[in-house]
Design a protein around this ligand. Structure first.
Ligand SMILES: Nc1ncnc2c1ncn2[C@@H]1O[C@H](COP(=O)(O)OP(=O)(O)OP(=O)(O)O)[C@@H](O)[C@H]1O
Ligand SMILES: [Mg+2]
Length: 247
């Protein structure tokens, strides 16, 4: 089971997450949508502990941290590490290591963090590059790749850690439309392979296609969640308006 309960997060005086509770079903795709600034990215960053919630619970398949209650959990503690190891994140702007080759980017985590045998890590990285259609870019530098290629490397890098939960934060919003397609194709395949996925996207047609569950965020709260047709049944003007605007 994967879930967060009653997550609050404040930046300065800005109460960004106002008690967010979300179940993330294993082997399903959960799509987060909602207006800019509503807290979607902050929630993803709280799930993988890139941000620490002020209060609430993060539970990922047996690993759990409770925040607040006067007792700050240690960020680098064993439970935090266990939680972080379960997630892989793909960012809007790729965030590849610029001084490492494509292969170097992918094997960094397995070798340095998981202490995997280097040859084994290289073999797995090569298989992942094949999967994202970039076998020929193994020794290239990130700066020599297109945005779409960089993002595909970033996906391979996330997969190399064998995360239980894959988090995507607007993975195609920095890409030109023609490069978007190649990245969406790979994410679509991961959804079909029944990975456990949470994705923030403004690509409404793609969202509708892959979403097992749609979660609509507004002003730091989940306004509605459920199957696509249920959330988008026209009964909440805010949601209908937002979805129509993006079409
Ligand atoms: N590290 C931070 N420090 C201060 N404020 C932050 C930080 N991260 C996010 N915020 C603020 O929190 C609010 C929610 O931001 P967040 O990035 O989670 O929204 P979002 O729903 O992902 O928006 P978008 O669709 O534009 O990506 C915004 O007001 C933002 O300015
Ligand atoms: Mg965001």
């Amino acid at each position: 089971m994967y879930y967060v309960r009653d997550i609050h997060k404040t930046f300065g005086g800005n109460h960004v997450l106002k008690g967010v509770s979300l179940d993330i079903e294993a082997h399903k795709t959960t799509v987060l949508i909602g207006p800019s600034g509503s807290g979607k990215t902050t929630l993803l960053r709280c799930i993988n502990l890139l941000e620490l919630p002020d209060s609430g619970t993060v539970h990922l398949n047996g690993a759990e941290l409770n925040f607040g209650g006067g007792k700050a959990p240690k960020y680098a503690g064993g439970e935090a590490r266990a939680l972080r190891m379960k997630t892989g994140m793909v960012f809007q702007n790729f965030q590849l290591f610029p001084h490492k080759t494509v292969l170097g980017n992918i094997i960094e985590g397995p070798v340095s963090v998981l202490k995997r045998d280097r040859d084994q890590a290289v073999a797995e990285a090569e298989a992942l590059l094949q999967k994202v259609g970039l076998a020929d870019k193994r020794d290239a530098w990130p700066r020599d790749l297109s945005g779409g290629q960089q993002q595909r490397v970033a996906i391979a890098r996330a997969l190399a850690m064998k995360p239980e939960l894959l988090l995507f934060d607007e993975p195609t919003s920095a890409l030109d439309p023609e490069l978007e397609y190649e990245v969406l194709s790979i994410i679509r395949r991961l959804c079909e392979e029944k990975q456990t996925i949470v994705i923030i996207t403004h690509k409404i047609s793609f969202a509708q296609e892959v979403a097992d569950k749609l979660v609509f965020f507004d002003e730091g709260r989940i306004l509605r969640q459920g199957p696509w047709d249920e959330v988008n049944d026209g009964s909440v003007p805010r949601i209908a308006q937002f979805l129509n605007m993006l079409r």
